[in-house]
Design a protein around this ligand. Structure first.
Ligand SMILES: Cc1ncc(COP(=O)(O)O)c(C=O)c1O
Length: 384
């Protein structure tokens, strides 16, 4: 086995994933071409039913993307212009951008140094800074970062004490569990993404929202189609176009069949990485009551190590590495005016400096895993 800058290991190998199910996917797409119901075809309801079965959630509403799933949840939760929502800054922009889209305000909280997810112990600081400038905080959006749900019971306790709702941004964490509950059941509403590189990805954009609340599901379904009521062209509320394409649902129905097996493969790869790397770096900590869908395998480099140099040396061996995330969302210009938790976001700053992730996917074979961890260990040893 030999890799180099000209022959890199894929960071995520969607082709390897497609190979074993390609003929089933071809048939599923062919069936959509044959029946021609490209919008809200029968596969949409089939997928929503299967996802409800998989997660145990009462309602599933498929959507055109994870971002639209978040937006529909916020619309259904009744978010108003000027309201505040606590969200980690250490996340992908979509977690926070949906608030300004509705005229509301992201209030940035800090994350926990071990789990990398929203720190429940710092929620009071986030709320205090919003309170201080007269922003009415109405909800919290924890993020299931890199596949791992945040500490949902502690976050829910804070939410209950202050009359807030919780919306789980599970774009990266579908398939994970906590205290034997599946993602999709850990909050009043949950949004996920089926972006191709996600643990359960389609072949374009797609997403879904999950809730046990009949009222929320009804509003989200209506807002997904321009706020339509029971009768077509009867508009009950402001909405948008946020439906999933039938073809994406057909692809996902096939991919969902192998998803449990893929989750097990991801777990095994994560276990092997952790065994090889735990004395060299600080892998994302997983609480004993929590499982991860391992969207990414991320860890913290020791403080003194030059991350750029590690990445350069890995590249020479044909091993790509990615920094999720180089900056907190609050550091990007469009978010600069939004409030930060009192006492700042020191852990976010630290993680942005030290975090790194290695190639990771369900079909990464053990020989390649060993190639990656052996070279990584040797480089770290060299860099002292
Ligand atoms: C944490 C998080 N939230 C939301 C999204 C948005 O999902 P989508 O790209 O499907 O709109 C993503 C996607 O990358 C994400 O990682």
């Amino acid at each position: 086995m030999s890799y180099s800058q000209d022959n890199m290991i894929p960071f995520i190998d969607l082709a390897a994933q497609q190979a074993p199910i390609r003929s089933d996917i071809d048939k599923a797409i062919q069936a959509v071409l044959d029946h021609g119901k490209y919008i809200m075809g029968p596969e949409i309801e089939q997928l929503e039913d299967k996802l409800a079965e998989f997660t145990g959630s009462k309602h599933v509403v498929s959507t055109s993307s994870g971002t639209d799933a978040l937006l529909l949840c916020l619309m259904a939760l009744g978010l108003k212009p000027g309201d505040g929502v606590i969200v980690p800054s250490f996340s992908f922009a979509a977690s926070a951008e949906v608030m300004p889209c509705l005229g509301a305000i992201p209030v940035f909280g800090d994350v926990d140094r071990h789990s990398f997810t929203l720190d429940p112990r710092r929620l009071a600081d986030a709320k205090a800074s919003a309170d201080a400038v007269g922003i009415n905080v109405v909800g919290i959006i924890p993020v299931g970062l890199f596949g791992q749900p945040a500490n949902m019971p502690a976050i829910q306790d804070f939410a209950n004490a202050h009359g807030l709702w919780v919306l789980d941004d599970a774009a990266q964490s579908l398939g994970a569990t906590q205290q034997n509950r599946h993602v999709g059941q850990m909050a009043k509403a949950t949004a996920t993404s089926f972006f191709p590189a996600k643990p359960l990805g389609c072949y374009g954009d797609g997403g879904a929202l999950f809730t046990n609340d009949d009222g929320l599901a009804e509003i989200a379904k209506s807002a997904r189609v321009h706020g339509m009521g029971k009768n077509r062209y009867d508009y009950e509320r402001i909405g948008m176009t946020a439906r999933m394409d039938t073809i994406q649902a057909a692809v996902l129905l096939e991919k969902l069949k192998i998803f449990p097996d893929e989750l097990a493969r991801r777990q095994s790869c994560a276990d092997r990485y952790s065994a090889a790397l735990k004395d060299i770096v600080m892998p994302q900590y997983l609480a004993s009551d929590t499982t991860s869908s391992w969207a990414q395998y991320c860890f913290l480099l020791p403080q003194h190590v030059d991350r750029d140099m590690v990445q350069k040396r890995l590249m020479e061996k044909g091993i790509p590495s990615v920094v999720y995330y180089k900056m907190g969302i609050h550091e990007h210009a469009p978010y600069a005016a939004y409030p930060l938790a009192q006492n700042g976001l020191p852990v976010t700053a630290e993680l942005c400096q030290q975090i790194l992730s290695l190639p990771f996917h369900a079909w990464l074979d053990e020989m390649t895993q060993d190639y990656i961890t052996d070279h990584f260990a040797a480089i770290m040893n060299d860099l002292g």
